[in-house]
Design a binder for this molecule. Structure first.
Ligand code: FE2
Length: 432
């Protein structure tokens, strides 16, 4: 069965229309959840002023008062105080499922859907990193629309799916990276084909994003680095997309600055509260602009590479970020605005570009992210065996649904993968 983004009309008309200048001039959506930021998000008694829990109960009106929490083994530790707060203050019945798996495999999603159908919640909450939040979005979709079991082929981002009739979705990120709490995207994994399938639908944007910067304090350095590179890739992708506008640029460029300033601090000292706080905000900011302006080839290449070799998403998109910026210079000089924001712009544009990619690689080095596919531990033989498959997947990746500056061919992706294997830059003086 084909996937939703392989549909001819979506690929050739719907997608192009969504990112077209004409459409964006007449209809420029900026849809985000209700966002709350607090270092004491789940108090077990009411405070002086209404807090996030009061707001959710008042505006979502969950009459059945049933809260289902989707989480994983790691983030389950945060759930006690959440269930206690809802139970004590608003007499909710709660159920916690801690079976969410990394990369949101489709079979684990189905297991959760069965439990949700039996529990019949009117609030679903995701407590965890990107995979947990992505899992919860599809669980929510299938709870609301049991007829959409074949959603990977039938969901269409242009037409309504009509969810929010049974429940609202609350996202509580415990890592600072995917920004999934603010996006319409859920990346699930088909374990049979080892393929990552991004699902995009505006209705999948959670109703509430609760940002508690004390939660990611427990992230180990390796995860801090990987998730932090994902934040950077989201913000850079969005700024470089033609559908970006002044609103998304203001947020995206600020998020980029925050990553360069605070990621090394959060990596070196996980208990640096200010660094954690800023990275948590930067993550959501980057998610917001990614979902409005679009993604790019760092993600197309990262999804394909990560799906085939099972490397952390943040590491993979970080790896391909310099190549994205270089490849896009053939059609756009928007990267110069990132150079301005990072204070690395000089008179010569080519030198500015080199300064920017050097600065990204220096950051990757500071937080121990591999600078090449080889450094990521992939043997040359394995790489060559899987290269065709990766390039095919990258070229078909739906990151092109809100179009990037231009769509690369399979051969162009192959060329970039080959360069990335040893970390060699794209030769901008030559034909690409
Ligand atoms: Fe990402």
């Amino acid at each position: 069965m084909s996937l939703w983004f392989e549909d001819y009309l979506i690929k050739n008309f719907g997608a192009a229309l969504m990112g077209a200048d004409f459409t964006r001039m007449t209809f420029t959506p900026f849809v985000i959840p209700n966002v709350f930021v607090s270092t004491n998000m789940f108090p077990d008694r009411p405070g002086v002023a209404p807090d996030a829990i009061d707001y959710i109960v008042t505006y979502s009106r969950p009459e059945k008062r049933r809260l289902f929490i989707v989480t994983d083994e790691y983030s389950a530790r945060f759930c006690n105080k959440i269930t206690r707060a809802f139970e004590q203050r608003y007499q909710f019945k709660t159920q916690v499922w801690k079976g969410a798996m990394p990369e949101a495999p489709l079979d684990s999603i189905q297991e959760c859907v069965g439990l949700v159908n039996r529990f019949e919640p009117d609030l679903i909450m995701a407590v965890g990193g990107g995979s947990v939040i992505d899992t919860s979005k599809i669980v929510w979709l299938l709870y609301e629309r049991p007829d959409m079991q074949d959603f990977t082929s039938t969901i269409n981002p242009i037409f309504p799916v009509g969810i929010r009739k049974k429940a609202h979705l609350i996202a509580v990120p415990t890592t600072s990276g995917t920004g999934s709490e603010c996006t319409p995207t859920s990346v699930v994994t088909d374990t049979e084909t080892n393929r990552k399938i991004p699902i995009n639908h505006q209705e999948l944007i959670p109703d509430y994003a609760l940002l508690d910067p004390t939660l990611p304090v427990a992230m180990p350095p390796k995860l801090t680095a990987g998730t932090g590179m994902d934040v950077l890739a989201h913000a850079v992708d969005a700024v470089l997309c033609p559908a970006a506008n002044d609103l998304t640029d203001a947020i995206g460029l600020r998020a980029i600055q925050m990553v360069f300033k605070y990621l090394p601090r959060a990596y070196c000292d996980g208990k640096d509260r200010e660094a954690r706080y800023r990275m948590h905000l930067a993550s959501s900011m980057a998610g917001m602009v990614l979902s409005q302006a679009g993604s790019g080839i760092s993600h197309a290449m990262g999804h394909a590479f990560g799906g085939v070799f099972h490397v952390h998403h943040g590491v993979t998109v970080g790896l391909f970020l310099p190549y994205e910026i270089q490849a896009y210079t053939y059609v756009s000089d928007k990267y110069l605005e990132i150079c301005d924001a990072l204070d690395v712009r000089v008179k010569d544009d080519r030198k500015s570009l080199a300064n920017l990619t050097d600065k990204i690689r220096a950051l990757m080095k500071d937080v121990n992210i591999p600078l090449s596919i080889k450094e990521a531990g992939v043997s040359r033989q394995e790489f060559e065996e899987k290269l065709d498959k990766m390039a095919d997947y990258a070229a078909a990746d739906p990151t092109g649904v809100i179009p990037p500056p231009y769509l690369l061919t399979v051969d162009q992706f192959k060329k970039l993968y080959r360069l990335a294997y040893t970390g060699i830059d794209l030769d901008l003086g030559s034909e690409f």
